[in-house]
Ligand binder design. Structure first.
Ligand code: SF4
Length: 309
């Protein structure tokens, strides 16, 4: 097991009390596996990545455990935690423009972590050059000498992936890689991560996305979040062929190929019972008062009274 998350709860400080954004999340990521975390905006997907990378502000309350190779990342002193960052746990953030330093050439930004580890410049370039070439950033030397504004949006995103892979991490955390991109770019992004897996097959990837085409193309397993809670965790095949939770079914029904059936919005975080009940087309009476727990059915974990024994 590369990453194991147990009872992770994240709460932001509100006016009078802490408001949970993620609650009791558990998740496992095996070596070489790709897990997709899906859900609507505000479900807590990106907060999850920020919790793993300890990027949340100090005013946040984070409880639970995030185990990586025997270490609880949340309990490690900052100096020890930093040993894992980049080298073992790498991050591809949402915005390529914001993540790259505008005043430094791409090559230097990619080599910098290797140089900081004491690697000689020539040796660092020998690592970076084939990576740039294999991610279609060619000619590599010319790309390396370019500043971010001289590259297209797609090339900047490739450079970010190259920066993440350059240190040969064991776990790659990817945040909404297709957010705001058109259909053509979307296919390129999907191909980019397929290439990244071919380059490093043992790499474990956790991708946060609302884009189900990307999820279908990349994921081995799918974890569905709703209003900060896990509502379904299953294989990609089961998610796309026989989703169990009504919200998972609604996500799939909203795809253009399935008729674009949009689910009406309703406040969910402050309700009693099942958080999905204000929007659920098949809610039972008890759904309004009793909160369902996650139960296992064959190979699918689901949080819904319909499947409670
Ligand atoms: Fe719908 Fe009830 Fe299941 Fe919630 S517990 S998803 S309201 S059927």
């Amino acid at each position: 097991m590369m990453l194991s998350v147990n009872k992770l709860t994240v709460a932001f400080a509100g006016k009078a009390k802490f408001a949970p954004v993620l609650e009791d999340l558990w998740l496992e990521l095996c070596s070489g596996e790709t897990v997709a975390l899906v859900g609507e905006s505000g479900a807590g997907k990106s907060v999850f990545i920020e919790a793993v990378l300890r990027l949340l502000p100090a005013s946040c309350r984070v409880t639970g455990e995030i185990h990586y190779q025997g270490h609880n990342l949340l309990a490690l002193p900052q100096s020890e935690f930093r040993r894992f960052l980049g080298r073992e746990l790498a991050w591809v953030p949402q915005s390529a423009s914001g993540a790259l330093h505008p005043m430094l050439p791409i090559g230097l930004q990619l080599m910098e972590p290797l140089l900081a580890r004491g690697m000689k410049r020539q040796a660092a370039w020998a690592e970076i050059e084939p990576l740039l070439e294999s991610l279609d950033l060619k000619p590599a030397r010319q790309v390396a000498q370019s500043y971010p504004h001289q590259l297209s949006g797609g090339m900047r995103q490739r450079a970010l992936v190259a920066a993440a892979l350059a240190q040969k991490p064991k776990v790659l955390l990817v945040d909404e890689p297709t957010k705001g991109v058109d259909t053509e770019r979307r296919q390129q992004v999907i191909a980019l991560f397929q290439e990244a897996k071919q380059l490093q097959p043992e790499l474990s990837v956790l991708v946060v996305s609302h884009d189900l085409d990307l999820v279908e193309a990349l994921a081995d397993r799918v974890v569905v979040l709703y209003a900060g809670q896990l509502v379904e965790a299953t294989s990609r095949k089961a998610f796309f062929s026989e989703p169990m939770h009504p919200f998972a079914k609604a996500l799939l029904a909203a795809l253009p190929k399935n008729g674009l059936e949009a689910l009406p919005w309703a406040e969910s975080r402050s309700v009693t019972g099942c958080r999905f009940h204000p929007r659920c087309p098949i809610a039972l009476e008890r759904c309004q008062s009793d909160e369902p727990q996650v139960t296992l059915h064959e190979h699918t974990h689901v949080r819904c009274w319909l499947y409670a024994s």
